[in-house]
Design a binder for this molecule. Sequence first.
Ligand code: FEO
Length: 171
Amino acid sequence: MDERVYELLNDQINKELYSAYLYMSFADYYEDEGLSGFANWYMIQAAEERDHALIFRKYLLDNGKSVQLKGIDQPDKTFSSYLGPLEAALEHEKYVTSLINDIYGAAHDVKDYRTMKFLDWFIEEQLEEETNAEDMITKMKLFGTDAKALYDLDQEYAARAYSMPTPLANA
Ligand code: FEO
């Protein structure tokens, strides 16, 4: 495997684990605010991000490469409104999309078609994650100021259940 592609794939393990950490901090914020449905949604998101890290880990191991785990940064955001974490999540997912695109670009440069194919799942996933983040912002802007509507929204997010991402479930 090309060294730059390897480094980017290995770094992505760290980025995905940071995403898990970040979303756990969002869950903590909502738990403090009494919105346990939103907290549930972000704890499940954190589990999905950990799974993303495990998918990259497995890909490296399957390709005979070693994994180098690095320190995870501390999430440092504070929020003054319910909208805050939702907007931070969209910004973060756009950043993650750019990281996935960078790996794809590096793989393309060296004709690493296997890695490009591996990344296809993540390209689809990023579209879904950005769409979810945008949808949550829209709903909060529409309903967030009405107590009953906010309660219903919280109930909706409380119903989110964990399911293992396909690349791990099929492993
Ligand atoms: Fe692993 Fe939210 O992207």
